[in-house]
Design a protein around this ligand. Structure first.
Ligand code: ADP
Ligand code: MG
Length: 279
């Protein structure tokens, strides 16, 4: 190996916003055939907004938002920010909470003014016959579903081109998300992503990577949040996007410092070229 070529590759990467952490990343980049992409915060901006508040019991909009925002103050999830923003915008009063618990990939619960409040998807809240077509976050108070919050996310403008370039580079793309099958299919369809693994709890994301590897694939994973740290570490090549937390960064082989998703195929191309120069 010629350290010079590695240094040049790393230097070139730095100017493109790509941090290559050592030679292992270069070795892995030469053999991967599958790239797994996290949805929320990676392919989408993760800047969520609440578009509709549906009332399903006899509580007012203000009461529902008050309960939901109180719980979400304890959470760091992008959904929590969206709920808090709406409540703040409508000057809804929040209450102190106790017993806050976060349920990764599902939502959060807490005690608010003596009541048990849950905010999350259907895996956390038993929604009974309140069925909706799209993905939604539900609010339950003492076990009763009191409201539905429709959440909108936006695809990053560079996501479509990035997926096309990855396909052109001969990679199979897989969308991996804790979100519902419906939400995942919508995004995969729009971007032309080959395969979907939806409803995967954060703790199970690494298992999906391991399954693909057991099927004989060499897998790259692109992720952002704390949720993705184990999956990034399990993958043959882990790529963390800029908004990544410290944990995600530590478990990644390549760190992408630009918001532009075009950096993903760029990173793989650069790593492959640098690897060829060294060998
Ligand atoms: P992704 O895998 O797409 O990054 P996550 O695993 O972080 O998504 O979350 C999956 C789903 O869990 C979200 O789409 C949302 O429905 C629900 N969820 C997670 N955290 C919260 C929260 N704090 N409040 C409400 N819903 C939540
Ligand atoms: Mg995410």
């Amino acid at each position: 190996a010629t350290p010079t070529a590695l240094m040049v590759g790393i230097g070139r990467g730095a100017t493109l916003g790509i941090l290559i952490k050592g030679q292992d990343a270069l070795e892995a980049s030469g053999v991967i055939d599958t790239i797994v992409l996290d949805k929320t915060g990676t392919l989408t901006t993760g800047d969520l907004t609440v578009t509709t508040v549906g009332l399903t019991a006899d509580l007012t909009r203000e009461e529902v938002l008050g309960y939901a925002a109180s719980v979400e103050r304890g959470s760091e999830h992008p959904v929590a920010r969206a709920v808090e923003d709406l409540a703040a915008g409508e000057q809804v009063a929040t209450h102190p909470i106790t017993n806050f618990t976060t349920h990764p990939g599902q939502g959060a619960t807490a005690t608010v003014t003596g009541k048990q409040v849950a905010v999350g998807n259907h895996a956390l809240v038993d929604v009974g016959d309140h069925v909706v077509a799209g993905p939604a976050v539900w609010v339950a108070v003492d076990g009763q579903v009191v409201g539905r919050l429709d959440i909108a996310d936006r695809l990053r403008s560079t996501a479509g081109d990035a997926v096309r370039e990855l396909h052109a580079a001969g990679l199979r793309t897989v969308l991996l998300t804790g979100d519902s099958e419906a939400a995942a299919r919508e995004v995969a369809g729009e971007l032309g992503i080959d395969d979907v693994r939806a409803g995967v709890l954060p703790a199970d994301k690494a298992g999906v990577i391991a399954e693909l590897q057991a099927d004989g694939h060499r897998v790259a994973m692109v992720g952002d949040g704390i949720n993705d740290a184990a999956a990034l570490a399990t993958a043959d090549l882990g790529l963390a996007v800029v908004s990544g937390t410290d944990i995600a960064l530590k478990s990644a082989d390549i760190v992408l410092v630009r918001e532009d998703l075009g950096v993903i195929p760029d990173a793989i191309g650069l790593a492959r070229r640098t690897r060829r120069t060294i060998h």
